[in-house]
Design a protein around this ligand. Structure first.
Ligand code: ADP
Ligand code: MG
Length: 330
């Protein structure tokens, strides 16, 4: 005869064991950083398989480094450097084509406020120097691209640079690299991740079950947050006059130039743009910053699925219609 209570205990144990093994693995978050494009990039991945997330993050960093090698003006072998050395037609890869086309589009829509031909101006200002100085008006005038002249001519996959112009993709390339990282993470099956390249942020899904909570840096109080907002599956990019700047005779000079004057644009302290992809958000943030609060906001309102927050030079904040009520001010 079988012992009934014993059988019952055995069955219970079996059920317990089954439940134990079928229980979903605990959710973990992996966060890693790397120095890419002169910026500390942080990628976070949330999920159950830590090894898998780690591998995906490594591949995402690799993808970003590839974009750095393509678009860096410092790397001699980059596609961009090649383009800047010749005025002959150059066959470019789809990535370069995509970026130049998007740049041209934003340039047209911003009436030239966004300008991919400011390489010589950037070199002249040289914010990376130990002791940066304001260049002379004559030196600036001599190298400003002619607004009526096409910077690059695109025909199929061939690109011809206008002589006298040096291309600089600093206002858009980092966003593009964030998009490539997101693509790698998504393809790996990651459903919850964030990529933060010094304020160029791309988000995959939410932060676990919740949306991602994003803090917008206060332009005048380092380390303090101006506002927060909740986002999922979007990108948010901020351009500010506090990132790269120096002060001469009490005046702040920063790295977002008005192509009409060759001087830092004076209308804003910072612009944050939310868009479906980070390359677009990046270019639009720079463009809106240069246009100033009023025209900048008009530009953002024109683009579908784009929202933004502009902090004017006098500290007044304005937001696009779709963002009203979605921001928590600090
Ligand atoms: P970052 O995140 O590196 O600070 P931003 O997206 O704010 O970059 O753009 C700043 C960079 O954009 C500058 O360093 C320069 O390379 C480029 N840039 C500056 N002014 C313009 C402009 N009017 N149009 C396009 N690019 C610009
Ligand atoms: Mg930008």
């Amino acid at each position: 005869m079988l012992n009934r209570p014993l059988l019952l205990i055995a069955a219970l144990l079996l059920i317990l064991l089954l439940v134990w093994f079928q229980r979903p693995a605990p959710v973990t978050e992996v966060a890693r950083t790397a120095l890419i494009m002169g910026t500390l990039v942080e990628i976070k991945g949330v999920g159950q398989d830590q090894k898998h997330i780690n591998r995906a993050i490594s591949n995402a960093f690799t993808a970003m480094r590839k974009e750095e090698e393509r678009f860096s003006p410092q790397i001699e072998s980059s596609r961009l450097s090649l383009l800047n050395r010749t005025t002959a037609a150059v066959m470019v890869d789809p990535q370069m084509l995509e970026l130049l086309q998007l740049g041209q589009e934003i340039s047209r829509q911003s009436q030239g406020a966004f300008n991919l031909g400011l390489g010589r101006l950037k070199a002249l200002w040289n914010f990376e120097a130990e002791d940066p100085r304001v260049p002379t008006t004559a030196a600036i005038k001599a190298i400003l691209p002619d607004p009526d002249h096409e910077l690059v001519h695109i025909a199929g996959n061939r690109v011809t640079r206008s002589s006298g112009v040096q291309l600089d993709l600093g206002g858009i390339a980092k966003g593009y690299a964030v998009d490539q990282a997101l693509k790698v993470l998504r393809t790996a099956g990651i459903t919850s991740a964030s990529v933060n390249a010094g304020g160029d942020i791309g988000l995959l899904g939410g932060h676990g079950e919740r949306p991602w909570k994003i803090g917008i840096q206060h332009p005048r109080r380092p380390g303090e947050v101006l506002a927060t907002l909740e986002l999922r599956n979007q990108t948010i990019v901020t351009s500010g006059d506090y990132e790269r700047f120096f002060i001469q005779k009490g005046v702040r000079y920063h790295h977002l130039f008005d192509p009409q004057t060759g001087l830092p644009a004076r209308g804003c302290q910072s612009v944050s743009v939310i868009a479906p992809n980070a390359a677009e958000a990046d270019a639009l943030a720079t463009a809106a910053f240069v246009l100033g609060p009023q025209k900048g906001l008009e530009l953002l309102e024109q683009r579908p699925q784009v929202e933004g927050l502009i902090l004017a030079a006098d500290g007044t904040a304005s937001v696009t219609s779709g963002l009203k009520g979605r921001i928590q001010w600090r």
